[in-house]
Write a protein that binds this ligand. Sequence first.
Ligand SMILES: Nc1ncnc2c1ncn2[C@@H]1O[C@H](COP(=O)(O)OP(=O)(O)O)[C@@H](O)[C@H]1O
Ligand SMILES: [Mg+2]
Length: 385
Amino acid sequence: MSSIALEFRQVSKNYGAGPVLENFNLTIEKERLVTLIGPSGCGKTTLLKMINRLIEPEQGQILWEGSDISKLDPVELRRNIGYVIQQIGLFPHMTIEENISIVPRLKGESKQKLVGRTEELLQLIGLDPARFRKRYPHELSGGQQQRIGVARALAANPSIILMDEPFSALDPISRVQLQKELIHLNRHVKKTIVFVTHDIDEALKIADDLILLKNGQIVQSGSPGELLQHPADAFVREFLGSERFATEVSEQPQSAPSLISLMDASGTIDLHCQVPEALQQLHASRMDELLVTDANNKVVGIVRSDELRRWAGLSESSRLKVAEVMRPPIPSVQDHATIAQLLTLLNEYSIVPVVDASQRLLGTITRQSCIKAFGQSYDRKETAV
Ligand SMILES: Nc1ncnc2c1ncn2[C@@H]1O[C@H](COP(=O)(O)OP(=O)(O)O)[C@@H](O)[C@H]1O
Ligand SMILES: [Mg+2]
């Protein structure tokens, strides 16, 4: 069998205002994670949508495992190609399980098989099937929804998965997590993945093969190392360089306190505690939310004071445990995260869990303690804030 998954041959596309692609050629090997990268408007999405025939070229051929895709039924083709986009578009009135199994269901697979497959996929993308299968999309965070999108794309067991800037709307922490998981996934499930991004850091991190485009043409292709070590021209150098530079300046300034120095042990409660106890603790610590932890010191959820007060107003509430009323956990950082990553989260949450590699809680950082520590560190340096 040939090792080629996809081939563009002399493909041209023109939406009317001049050619977007002209005599474009590209070969993509099987089971590789290939990233198409380049400035906005260079034709990345157009290329991707041609593969599943959401867009048809005017000229040329696209071969999928040797077959000309223009000769295949587009609906059938799309069912055999996974597709993940930025706004994932889960069906809001369907459960996670129903969302994931939609294509296999259309293909007429048995109910029993669907249940097994959903469970397997949820595990693969790192979400506990027992907790998530019956939930609805609005009950999930952006990162979790995007994971479901990946699971859905894998559900029909396609040989190719197309991903168009799938993580670009996510917060930096979820984004990095999903990038790692994608690499892991690609090693395990052995799919050909064509991944579009305009983020050079993302591309360098995940790609087996990088294809750098400009105005519908390939400027350079190769492994991330090849492009970094031997940029073909000034455009490549600038494209790699300017973005690299942008990440360097976002590193923490030396005057900033370290993550560890900001950490303490406040703001947590055991999942077996009762609602009134949690309220008391919130009141005493003057916080708005508490992280709920289990016996292994893992964060399993979060409770908010306004919601707890509502629960406390109900007659049965005194016997309710925190575990019964908590919400899903908020994002955490690891102890080697940067201050920039921490601040991104503190912008959204008043408390951030710091965890180790096995997700055990090392401590918490609150918005208040962080502001205080920064204030002191600037005071010491007599720097005007
Ligand atoms: N449906 C369309 N109609 C007209 N022009 C389009 C359409 N889709 C894309 N284009 C144009 O084609 C070029 C490539 O677009 P696209 O493939 O979306 O680029 P990218 O994904 O790299 O940002 C751009 O100049 C864009 O304006
Ligand atoms: Mg695009």
